[in-house]
Structure formats: structure tokens, C-alpha cells
Design a protein around this ligand. Structure first.
Ligand SMILES: Nc1nc2c(ncn2[C@@H]2O[C@H](COP(=O)(O)OP(=O)(O)OP(=O)(O)O)[C@@H](O)[C@H]2O)c(=O)[nH]1
Ligand SMILES: [Mg+2]
Length: 419
């Protein structure tokens, strides 16, 4: 069972643009016809309703969308890289590891967020043809896809969580009503870590989490419970299971509730259903336990036998109903707009002096364009200079005091300023 995990995601690289010239019989000097590279694929994270844990990200941690295809002659454009969708459970919160910024809180199945853009495809030489340069002999490289580390934090563990003393019969209940196969034994502390099952109710279903039993002092770190108390916060509804054969079910109940309250008073607000189990052992005693508890909590208490699956179906139907109410409430709550990664401004740029003879240019469009130019290619440097002129970068550099021979930095690329 995992709560938080880090993964690395990368958008696909853009495909390269190519240099090519039209060839035709009897047409000696064809014009440029090099096509553009395709855009790199994007990475999305999407909440789906048949994934319940982050387990699948335990072993594989690096994900990259498909690269864009290179352009071809005859204006053939490279194919876009394939997008990649990473599936996570609803309740997954995504952070940027480097900045610790919240990227998205995927509350409901179907919520999704773009986490890494693909790199732009490079332009083929055809794109650079102008009246003064009709046969450009250069093209652009594809840009690299965006890369970042994400922390996935699973906030919602399950629709329903099982709480109760060790040996109360929680795992037996999970086994009786779900597809899960938990370990069951006649001694306390059988369950060592949370386990999830899916409970089908007619055509509907909810997830049920079996949690390790709590003991007195759990909120201060005794027993196994403390580590798992935080899981309890991440259930929509709690099913409090009490052993009906206990000499004092009310004290058992209060011990658990007291620990929860001591750990986090907010846990009081989570909707509860109380059930006494093992009713097959002594039905009379079970009924007496249930009424004593009902009087204590001021709400009806269910009587079940997980072993013989008595009363379990009705209990699950009630839980399903409550889960629906809570899901609707969760959806209605202002979960906040999904903070979508801000697309970097395409238009603006800024220039500043970093030190003597060294200037930095920032701004997505400008920097990406320069990075993508292969300045080894004949004529490519001239093209860069021409565009920087047109975009006003040259003027801004002069204003900041740049002089011929100074270094100008565009992201990964440094060029010597010629004035
Ligand atoms: N007769 C009878 N025995 C039950 C029933 N439910 C549980 N038991 C028994 O009670 C014992 C404890 O059951 P578990 O389900 O392992 O209890 P647990 O609450 O998961 O305990 P921990 O994992 O240790 O916290 C086992 O011997 C079960 O067979 C029931 O409905 N009827
Ligand atoms: Mg157990």
C-alpha cells in the first residue's frame, strides 16, 4: 500500500524539420520542399475508477510520451508523437517535486491534467523561404519535450474504511463481502497493513479498506495503529466493527473513538456506521450488545455475522447509499479549479544583463526558436539574427548595453552577439 510516490515524466521530443529541394524531371532547380517535424506527445495524468492504488508506479517510474516524426521531402510533415495517459485513483494529488507547487487535485474519475508538453516540431527549410532567400539551406531541430518530477499523493484511500479493535472481525467482514482475500486469524494484529476490496451492490460498487486494529494509546504511537490512523482520514465513510461477544462493547467502541478524536478531532465529522459482528456465536448477546451500543451512540446499530454472511448484504446496501451521499457532497464541495499548468506566454520576452558581457534572454517563443536552430547549417545564423531583429530582441539587447562580442544566452544555446 502506497501513499506517496515520485515519478519522472517527459513529453516527447519534437521531430526535426528537414532540408530538401523539389526534384522533377526537366526542372533543374526546384524550390525548397523540406517538411516540418511533428510535435512530441504530451503526458496526462487521469483519474479512473478501476484503479485504487498507486502500486503500479512502484516499479516503473519514468514515463515518456512518443517523439514526433521527422519531416520529409515533398513537404511531408512528421507525425505527432503519441500522447501518454497515466492512470491514477480518484483522490490523487499531484505536486511538482522541484517547486513543491500543487499541479492538480484529481478528485473525481475522469479528471485529468496535462503535466508535460511535447516539444515543438522543427520547421523544414520550406518555411524559411522568402523573396530574398528562395532556397534556404537550413531547417530547425525538434525541441525537447518538457520534463519534470511529480509527486503523486493518494488522499482518498477508499469509500469505506473498517475500524475496530484487533480481532474484532474486520478482515473476516472484508473477505465476506468483497473480492479481497485478507489473512484472518484468532489472534490480534493479524492485519499488518491496509488492504482494499471492491464490494458489489447490485450494479454498483464501492471500495472497502481493511485497516490494522487500533489499541489504546494508538494516537500516541502505540501498536500498529498510529501509522495507519492517517489512512482513516482518507475514507468517505467509516464502518466501526465491534465484537458482539465482548463483555463490554460500549467500552470497546469508546476506546477506538477516543483514539480517533485524540489523533484528529476532524475525524468526528466522518460519517459512521456501527455494526456488531460474530452474531452467530450468541445471538441473544449480539442483540443486547447492539442495543447497548445504539443507546450509547444514539443511532441504529447493525447486527451481522461475517462468518455466515448474515445481515451483511443489508449493511453493504446502507454503506453504498452513504457512499453516494458523500461522493455527491465531495463533488459539490468547492474542490477548487483544477490548476492546469499555465502555458508559458508565447509572446513576451525579457532581456537582462547577468554580468559583464553576458546577457540572458527569456521568453518561451524566442528561446525555443533559437534553441531549435542548428547554427551549424549554412544560413541558419543569419535567419536567427533576422528574426531577433523582427521580434525586437536586438533593440532590447542594445538598450541593455549589449556590444559586439558579448555573449547572449537563449536557454541552452549561447551565441556571440554581432551587434
Ligand atoms: N464465529 C465467528 N467468528 C468470526 C466472525 N468474524 C470474525 N471471526 C473470527 O474472529 C477472529 C478475528 O477475525 P479477524 O477478521 O482476523 O479480525 P480483525 O479485526 O481483522 O483483527 P486484526 O487484523 O488483528 O485487527 C478470527 O478467528 C475469525 O474467524 C464471525 O462473524 N463469526
Ligand atoms: Mg484483520
Amino acid at each position: 500500500m502506497l501513499d506517496a510516490i515520485e515519478i519522472h515524466v517527459a513529453g516527447g521530443n519534437g521531430g526535426h524539420g528537414v532540408v530538401s529541394y523539389h526534384r522533377e524531371k526537366f526542372v533543374p532547380e526546384g524550390g525548397p520542399d523540406g517538411g516540418d517535424g511533428g510535435r512530441g506527445g504530451r503526458v496526462y495524468v487521469r483519474a479512473v475508477d478501476d484503479v485504487y492504488t498507486l502500486e503500479q508506479y512502484r516499479s516503473k517510474k519514468r514515463f515518456k510520451a512518443g517523439n514526433g516524426g521527422n519531416g520529409g521531402p515533398n513537404l511531408r510533415t512528421g507525425a505527432h508523437g503519441a500522447d501518454l495517459y497515466l492512470e491514477v485513483p480518484a483522490g490523487t494529488v499531484i505536486y511538482d517535486v522541484e517547486t513543491d507547487d500543487l499541479i492538480a487535485d484529481l478528485v473525481q474519475p475522469g479528471d485529468e491534467v496535462l503535466v508535460a508538453h511535447g516539444g515543438r516540431g522543427g520547421w523544414g527549410n520550406k518555411r524559411f523561404a522568402t523573396s530574398t532567400n528562395q532556397t534556404p539551406s537550413f531547417s530547425q531541430k525538434g525541441h525537447e519535450g518538457e520534463e519534470l518530477d511529480l509527486r503523486l499523493d493518494l488522499r482518498l484511500l477508499a469509500d469505506v474504511g473498517l475500524i475496530g479493535l484487533p480481532n474484532a472481525g474486520k478482515s473476516t467482514f472484508l473477505a465476506a463481502v468483497s473480492n479481497a482475500k485478507p489473512k484472518i486469524a484468532a489472534y490480534p494484529f493479524t492485519t499488518l497493513e491496509p488492504m482494499l476490496g471492491v464490494v458489489n451492490v447490485a450494479w454498483d460498487r464501492f471500495t472497502l479498506a481493511d485497516l490494522p486494529g487500533l489499541v489504546e494509546g494508538a494516537s500516541e504511537g502505540y501498536g500498529l495503529g498510529f501509522e495507519f490512523l492517517k489512512h482513516i482520514r482518507r475514507c468517505r465513510v467509516l464502518l466501526h466493527v465491534v465484537d458482539s461477544t465482548s463483555p463490554d462493547p460500549v467500552t470497546d467502541y469508546e476506546l477506538i473513538e477516543g483514539e480517533l478524536r485524540a489523533y484528529d478531532p476532524k475525524l468526528d465529522e466522518v460519517v459512521r456506521v456501527v455494526a456488531v459482528t460474530k452474531s452467530d456465536i450468541d445471538e441473544e448477546q449480539a442483540k443486547a450488545s447492539a442495543s447497548a451500543l445504539a443507546a450509547h451512540v444514539g443511532a441504529p446499530v447493525r447486527v451481522v455475522s461475517a462468518e455466515f454472511q448474515q445481515g451483511t448484504e443489508e449493511l453493504c446496501a446502507e454503506l453504498m447509499r452513504l457512499v453516494h451521499v458523500e461522493r455527491a457532497r465531495g463533488a459539490a464541495e468547492p474542490a477548487g479549479e483544477l490548476p492546469v499548468l499555465r502555458p508559458q506566454s508565447q509572446e513576451r520576452f525579457s532581456v537582462y544583463r547577468e554580468g559583464p558581457g553576458r546577457f540572458i534572454v527569456e521568453g518561451h517563443r524566442v528561446v525555443t526558436f533559437v534553441e531549435m536552430m542548428d547554427t551549424e547549417m549554412v544560413g541558419a545564423s543569419d535567419e536567427v539574427i533576422r528574426r531577433l531583429d523582427r521580434w525586437g530582441v536586438t533593440r532590447a539587447l542594445r538598450r541593455e548595453g549589449a556590444r559586439p562580442g558579448d555573449t547572449v544566452v537563449f536557454g541552452e544555446t549561447e551565441i556571440v552577439w554581432e551587434g
